[in-house]
Each structure stands twice: as C-alpha cells, then as structure tokens.
Design a protein around this ligand. Structure first.
Ligand code: TEU
Ligand code: CA
Length: 616
C-alpha cells in the first residue's frame, strides 16, 4: 500500500535528479531523468524490524542458480541467484558496526609537526559521530622504528611519542565512548621489529626461542643473525620483522628449528599476546584488528594449529574479557571465524583464490597491483566488463560456512590497497560503489577519506616501507586527510615539506568542509546511507536482513530483508536487467536516482544507484 507508506514516512531531505547529479557528475542527470520512473526522495523512517517475514530466501546460506533448477517450458516463480540469511552470534555492536579505519599518521596533526596523532583523532571525533561511525580501528600506534609504518613494533605497551602518550590514548577512548564510538587497536602478533628487546636478546642468546632461529647456517628464506648468536632468523614480512615463534604444524628432523606449538618459546609468545590484549582491554579498548592472523604457526596444513591457537585466545577472551572482539586480517572468514575470530575482512589476498573476490570488485590495476594476480575485469568499472558473480558466490559461501558465528567485513580500500577513486575510476563512479558497500549484508569498513572520495595518488618514493613491488606503492592510499580547502588541507599547520606524506596535489581535491556544506555531496550520501542502514534492520547483518541477489551482471540488483530493493550500476552505459517479479514495480525509491523498475525489468542510467522500499 504505497500511499499509506508515504504517509508514514518523514522526508528529511529531497533527492531529485539534479540533486543526485551532483553526486554522479555531469551528463548523468539527463539519463537519470529519462530512466527514473520515480521521484526520488530521501525518507527517514524506522521500519519495524520485528515481525517482518523473511520468506523469500529458500534456504540458509546457500545459493541456487535458477537455470539449473527450472524445468524446460514450465514457468516457475523466479528464484534469486543467491540467498543468504544469517543469525547474529557476535556482539550486536559488531554486527551493527560502521567501521572506520584511522591511519593515525595521516588523519590529523594536532601539534604542527606534520604527523597525525591521537589528539588529532580526538579533535575529529565529532565529525566521525556526525558521519555515523560506530567503531574506529587505529593502525598500530606503538613505539617503532617505523620501517613498516608502525607494523614493526618495538614496544607493545607504549604509544609512539610521535602519536602522543598512553594518556592520550586513554583520553581518546574516553572521548570516543562519550560519542558512542568504540576503539579497536591493531594487534601485530606475528612479528616484532628487529629493534624489539625480545629480539635483541634473542640474537644474543642461542637458548632463546621466542623467534625462529637456525643453528648456524642461514637456510633459504632466513636472514643472517645481526647479533652474537650464529645462524639466522625467519622473517615474517620484511627482513627487519622477525617472526615470533608459535611453532610448526609439522616436524622435520632435518630442520631442528621446527618446534611444536607446545614448546616453551611458543607458549611464552602466546602468554605475551594475552598480556598485550589484557593491557589494552584494561585501558578500555573494545578489541583488536589482528595483523596477518593466519601467519602464526608455520607450515600448518589447513591452518589447523593456527586455528587452535586463536581458539585458545578466544576462549581466554570469553572468560576474561567477554565483551572484547578480535577481527582478523586473514581474508578467509570461513576459516578465521571457525577458529574463533568475531569477524574477518574480505581482502586483496587470502582464501583459496588469494583475494580474487575482493579484487574482482575493485582492482582496476591502476593503483596497487601484483604481477602474479591473474587479470580480472573489476566489476566496479565504467567499462562494465566485469561480473559481480565472483564476489557474490564467495560471499554466499563464506556467510554459509561462517553460519552467523562471526561477521564478514567488507572494505573498499585500506592502508595496503588502492582507494576506490583510482586512475580512470573517477568521482562519478563512487556513489554506486558506496551505495553497494553500505547496503550489503557485511559489516562495512570505511577507510579514512573514502567518504569524500579521496584519490589513490600515484608516483611517490618509498615512505616507511610503503613499496611492496614495482606496481605496489601503498603510499598512494596513505596521503593526509583532506579536511578543508587551502594549502595544508586542515591536516597540519606544519610547512607542507614536513608532512608525513604530501597532500594530493590535485587542485580540485575533495575536502570535508566543502562537502559538509553541500548536501548533494558524496559525504552527505555516505552519511544518508549509514543512517538508512542503521534505521532499518533489513539493511544490516541480522536475522531480518536476508540477501537475495536478483541480477549479478549490470546492473547489480538485490533484495534486503525482502523489503528493500537495491540497484547499482557501475557501468558507464545504461543497463537493463529483466526479471519476473511483477511486484517490484510497486517499489518506491527512498534514496538515489537514475533507476526505474517495471514489472519485468530494471533499467539503470550510467553510474546510477537506487534503493527502493517494497510495500509491505
Ligand atoms: O599486511 C599483510 C599483507 O600480507 C599485505 O601487506 C599484503 O602483502 C599486501 O597487501 C599485498 O596484497 C599487514 C599490514 O596490513 C601491512 O600494512 C603490514 O606491512 C604487514 O602486515 C606486516 O605487518
Ligand atoms: Ca603531530
């Protein structure tokens, strides 16, 4: 009953085609007007989550291909390509989180030394609360020689002076809590800096097994000892990041450094991890993002021993810190959640296809790219040559296996991977991508600056270990946050030459202040999408939030909770998808424009997106 519906809706802003054109760039508004069968309004309304039937998903966590289940010549009710429902077993705050990654050195500099710091984060908490962020993850901010931008820790218990003090973190946690925002720290369990006292001690004492040492020769893959100890050590990432010893999954008498996870060194390291977590949880953090979580036990078929280790940590957390969460940088939720993580990211690496599902969405090879990555046309690309099938299948499989025991976390970018706005993927293409991110049933992870469309900036030299390969410079994703127009972009009062990294030199670079003053901006769209998600359980991750993918070519269309129809078109062409759901024609647009829905098809203008509510 659409008319009754509208009576129950309170408009908080109107999104007409011109309004939306501000988001999607010139040229789109005409197409949008031509194809939109609806006047688009942004509505504010809480749809009662309880009591809404979740009937159309045929079975939990699995997917069907209609062609395979249809009898030739008979007309059957159309089944979605993919159907997923989950039941939340993780804390509801994580299931409902809007996660935001703060790269501290690049976010906001409070004291004019050119490097972002914790006080700078505090100064922008009101902004994050306004945006709707519920949880921030701080990349490592501990004492470090910064040869890998802080992922080379020399003291797990002390905030690096360039970021402030332990007291500054305490005040950040407190100030965040007052605004309903939780703080996650980055836990780096797999390695330390070669400057960590554990390591310098170990390099002087052949009886110390906190790291993995050969006896005298330096086998392949090992790094020569820098100390009086003979032999070499196993690195975990860069050579200056010695792997902490958690043992091996398989013994090999010819490699005596392969200890069992039960030996003293591995046990001491597991105890140290608990001590570190205990320390910061005691200081009020909500949990940790866990770096390279899959890497701990070496030569570990099926990650069996590494999983056992995390299972042990989870059991300890459940006893000692039951409200704490650990989310993994693993890239294979089916495995990591089974191991005990409360959530895991889809990543550019990890899992059976080494990150292909995430890369199949975003990686246009113009930002961070590895030669060994098989070419794949990204789905979010104006050329419109990709498919969402790779990602949707992997998502459905992961959601089915994780079975609601943990959250799947979906980023567009991070400090290791190119931003959404990258190369030929310009500003016009961002709204559809962010509409997808924020209406998908994974926990959305925003990397700082994605909400204003900051760009991957090519061409830097190596900065603090940013370069991983000839076409892989992570610095492009780490430039200072753009808060305001003007020379320092509101990031820092230091002379630009002292900035951690140069600002994006583009004279038209986006900034928060300008976009905040413009309700047609990408920033406002992201905020509106977050609000829509928070106010409607069907758009979240819980039991009312089923996913039914109707079309995974161009445009992508899916139903959420049987209540919302989402259509996004990453392609630069008008795209049409036929369907046999006559009832969709009665859906009313609540956000977005440029998409029309009839009884037998959806038609989407170039780069258009729209979210529709079905009458109930
Ligand atoms: O990243 C681990 C990691 O494997 C990625 O850097 C990956 O190799 C890269 O993205 C190419 O796909 C984590 C941190 O996120 C990263 O910043 C650190 O440099 C690394 O661990 C070592 O701690
Ligand atoms: Ca500073």
């Amino acid at each position: 009953m659409p008319d009754t519906e509208v009576a129950g809706l309170k408009a908080v802003g109107q999104v007409d085609e011109n309004h939306a054109a501000g988001w999607v760039g010139p040229g789109v508004s005409d197409a949008a007007a031509a194809h939109s069968g609806h006047r688009c309004r942004l509505m504010e309304r809480t749809y009662a989550g309880a009591g809404i039937p979740v009937g159309i998903a045929p079975f939990e966590g699995q997917h069907t291909t209609p062609a395979a289940t249809r009898q030739p010549g008979t007309r059957q009710p159309e089944r979605p390509l993919i159907s997923v429902t989950t039941s939340a077993a993780t804390p509801s705050w994580l299931a409902d989180a809007i996660l935001y990654q703060v790269y501290v050195q690049s976010f906001a500099d409070s004291n004019g030394d050119g490097i972002g710091d914790l006080e700078g984060v505090v100064e922008h908490l009101d902004y994050l609360a306004w945006l709707g962020v519920t949880t921030i993850w701080l990349s490592p901010c501990f004492v470090s020689p910064f040869r890998d931008a802080g992922y080379d820790i020399a003291d797990y218990f002390t905030i690096a002076p360039r970021y402030g003090s332990n007291d500054d973190l305490a005040s950040l946690i407190d100030q965040a809590r007052r605004r309903g925002i939780r703080v996650l720290l980055d836990l780096v369990p797999g390695h330390t800096s070669d400057q960590h006292p554990w390591f310098t001690r170990s390099a002087a004492d052949p009886a110390d097994h906190r790291y993995i040492w050969s006896a005298d020769a330096v086998p392949d893959g090992f790094v020569p000892s820098p100390g009086t100890r003979p032999g070499g050590y196993l690195p975990n990432f860069f050579a200056f990041q010695p792997a902490l010893n958690y043992g091996y999954g398989r013994p090999d008498p010819s490699q005596p450094w392969r200890q069992s996870p039960d030996e003293e060194g591995p046990r001491a390291n597991r105890a140290a991890l608990r001590e570190i977590m205990d320390h910061w949880l005691g200081a009020g953090v909500a949990g940790f993002r866990v770096d390279m979580a899959a890497s701990l036990v070496k030569d570990d078929p099926g990650h069996a021993e590494t999983s056992a280790l995390w299972g042990e940590m989870r059991a300890w957390l459940d006893r000692e810190h039951p409200s704490a969460v650990i989310i993994s940088e693993w890239g294979e939720p089916a495995t990591s959640v089974a191991a005990g993580f409360h959530g895991d990211f889809f990543l550019q690496f990890g899992g059976p296809t080494d990150g292909l599902p995430l890369r199949s969405l975003w990686n246009n090879r113009q930002g961070t790219d590895q030669e060994q990555w098989a070419p794949v046309a990204p789905y979010f690309d104006a050329a419109g040559r990709g498919t969402a099938r790779t990602f949707c299948d992997a998502y459905a499989a992961a959601a089915g296996i994780a079975g609601g025991a943990g959250q799947i976390i979906l980023p567009t970018a991070n400090h290791d991977f190119a931003r959404l706005r990258c190369g030929t993927r310009g500003a016009a293409q961002l709204p559809a991508a962010l509409a997808f991110l924020l209406t998908w049933p994974a926990v959305p992870a925003l990397y700082y600056g994605e909400e204003i469309g900051m760009r991957f900036v090519p061409g830097f030299a190596d900065i603090e270990g940013s370069v991983l390969g000839p076409q892989y410079n992570r610095a492009g994703s780490r430039t200072p946050m753009q808060w305001e127009p003007g020379p320092g972009a509101g990031f820092s009062s230091a002379p630009p030459g002292r900035f951690y990294l140069p600002l994006d030199p583009d004279p038209h670079r986006p900034d928060v202040a300008t976009q905040r003053a413009d309700e047609h901006s990408l920033l406002h769209l992201v905020r509106d999408l977050i609000q829509l998600r928070k106010r409607n359980a069907e758009l979240g991750t819980g039991p009312a939030a089923s996913l039914d993918v109707l079309h995974d070519g161009y445009p992508l269309s899916y139903l959420r909770g049987g209540r919302f129809l989402v259509v996004v078109n990453p392609s630069g062409r008008t795209e049409r998808a036929a369907h046999s759901r006559a009832d969709l024609a009665t859906a009313r647009a609540v956000l977005g424009s440029g998409v029309s829905v009839s009884a037998d098809a959806v038609i989407a203008a170039p780069f258009a997106y729209s979210i529709f509510a079905l009458p109930q």
